[in-house]
Design a protein. Structure first.
Length: 171
């Protein structure tokens, strides 16, 4: 592996994280023209009592500002047919800001954060705490509403590619 002369550990860390398979999520916040969102894999369940989610968001992005301003966010766990949505919210299609929301249907659940229609699951959260570390904030959100979609399989990300579990056999 070729290392950057400035920070070989950072290069190795990026390479290692590409090998961490994860469910693809869209984190959304805000209402109307203030809606913002991002594609994220740094998402996990935190607790059942109370039901809580943990998301890590870059402090320099528009979505971070929307989350802190709104005091809430929605974790939209993508279905395996929502690859284009993942790319759009990752900034891969050229759309920015509220334009990322345009081609999709959205619903407000309990907090007003946009919930993607057709997602595998929407977890609508109110911020319980936020901690800054490095370039990111760790938001812990208490779940206020859950909506299940009808899709049978999540969209997964591994080593810079998308995958599905739709045609696999459980071990």
């Amino acid at each position: 592996m070729i290392h950057s002369p400035t920070n070989p550990l950072a290069d190795d860390f990026r390479a290692a994280m590409r090998l961490l398979a994860a469910t693809v999520n869209i984190i959304t916040a805000g209402e109307g023209p203030a809606r913002r969102g991002l594609t994220a894999t740094a998402v996990c369940s935190m607790s059942v009592a109370p039901p809580s989610m943990l998301v890590c968001v870059n402090r320099g992005g528009e979505a971070h500002r929307a989350i802190t301003s709104a005091g809430s966010f929605c974790v939209n766990i993508l279905a395996d047919d929502q690859r284009e949505t993942a790319l759009r919210f990752a900034g891969q299609t050229g759309d920015q800001g509220e334009d990322k929301f345009a081609p999709h249907g959205w619903t407000s659940l309990a907090t007003g954060a946009p919930a993607l229609d057709g997602a595998l699951v929407n977890l609508d959260c109110e911020i319980a705490s936020a901690t800054e570390t490095g370039s990111h904030s760790i938001f812990i959100g208490e779940v206020r509403a859950i909506r299940f979609g009808s899709a049978p399989s999540p969209l997964l990300h591994f080593n810079r590619s998308f995958f599905t579990l739709a045609h696999t056999t459980a071990l």
